[in-house]
Design a protein around this ligand. Structure first.
Ligand SMILES: [Zn+2]
Ligand SMILES: [Zn+2]
Length: 375
């Protein structure tokens, strides 16, 4: 997820991509297209919290470096809900949400690299970046000041087709199931990235919040070799957290139980967007331990200087990950059989699926299966 407000697109509608070329500039053959623009349909929200309606959408000409993907499945992430509700104040309407896409390439711009029509790919939170700034040239494209969020000023994946810069469309390893791989592309890599950045397989890791992100974090951390403690407010998730690979489970609402874990963790990854007993949580960090935040809690997290100073602890955060880290994650997930636990809805039940997510009852990630009527 990300809260970036920067878009490649400065047009009034905010929906046409920069770098687009006229269709006549697109080379025949490589830019082969299945279907015409009239066939593009998407689930459109006209304004914040408005039910999504199926409409024909105009994706415009294909960018020279872009690819087009026919959507087969698309995960439903909490960030879709936040953007739909304009909780971060960055939403642009009409909006087509959805940023955990799997599907097949249907068109390739003349300057796009490595992807072929028919190839199975995934697209996540990001679908483009400038490719020439310091961050892009360093391999940290996700920190590019112009990074294109897939669902802000760009059409997302609750649609027949999605467009992406070629570098942000990731070939799916053969072993990954298209129907289940979508949630890896945003939620999965968001928790995978801090593990590979900051944890060693010999270390103790705590995962705070066992929901869409947290349950994948437990699976990744266990597969990575870490000792894993799950923190959840829901006792009904204790057994499932263990089945995902947690060595132990603690209630995130039980300050006394949390305090008993004082000085334990080399890395805590917080996936929650609610207030917790942060003092107690930071107290569970070992010397040199890190509290890493990937859940977009809107209230500030209070941190006392002494709790950091005396044990050399540090707080940090990160949005999704670089394209290379996303590919590394897909390879790791494929080799270690890491997949989200999902509930599937036909995409035509999108409004029901959003209500299910909003209710907090989803176990653990919702995936919408494309079921557009053929034109
Ligand atoms: Zn997301
Ligand atoms: Zn850049």
């Amino acid at each position: 997820m990300s809260t970036s407000t920067q878009n490649r697109d400065e047009s009034a509608s905010g929906l046409k991509q920069k770098q687009s070329v006229s269709t006549s500039a697109v080379q025949p053959g490589r830019s082969f297209r299945i279907g015409g623009e009239a066939n593009y349909k998407g689930w459109v929200a006209k304004a914040a919290k408005q039910p999504m309606l199926l409409e024909t959408v105009d994706l415009g000409p294909l960018g020279a470096e872009d690819v087009e993907v026919a959507v087969e499945h698309c995960g439903l992430c909490h960030s879709d809900l936040s953007v739909w509700n304009n909780e971060w104040g960055v939403s642009q309407y009409p909006a087509v949400l959805g940023h955990e896409v799997t599907g097949r390439v249907t068109a390739v711009g003349p300057n796009a690299k490595r992807l072929e029509v028919g190839q199975r790919v995934g697209v996540g939170w990001g679908s483009g970046s400038c490719m020439h700034c310091h961050q892009c040239m360093s391999g940290s494209h996700h920190l590019c000041p112009q990074v294109q969020a897939t669902i802000v000023g760009h059409r997302g994946g609750f649609a027949t087709h999605i467009r992406s810069h070629w570098a942000w469309a990731f070939p799916l390893p053969e072993k990954l199931n298209s129907a289940e791989a979508g949630p890896l592309l945003c939620g999965g890599v968001t928790v995978f990235a801090p593990l590979v950045m900051y944890a060693k397989p010999t270390q103790r890791v705590g995962i705070i919040g066992i929901g869409g992100l947290g349950h994948m974090a437990v699976k990744f951390a266990a597969a990575y070799g870490c000792h894993v403690t799950a923190f959840t407010s829901s006792e009904s998730k204790f057994d499932e957290a263990k089945s995902f690979g947690a060595n132990q489970v603690t209630s995130s609402r039980d300050s006394a139980a949390i305090k008993k874990l004082g000085g334990s963790f080399d890395l805590l990854i917080s996936t929650v967007n609610v207030k917790l007993d942060w003092d107690a949580m930071i107290g569970t960090l070992a010397p040199n331990g890190r509290l890493h935040v990937v859940g977009a809690v809107l209230e500030p997290i209070p941190v006392s200087a002494f709790s950091l100073i005396m044990q050399q602890r540090r707080p940090s955060g990160s949005p999704i990950a670089s394209p290379v880290t996303i590919e590394t994650m897909l390879d790791f997930a494929s080799r270690h059989n890491v997949a989200p636990q999902t509930e599937h809805f036909p995409m035509s039940n999108i409004n029901e699926a959003f209500a299910r997510l909003e209710s907090g009852k989803a176990r653990y990630r919702i995936v919408l299966d494309a079921d557009f009527p053929s034109a």
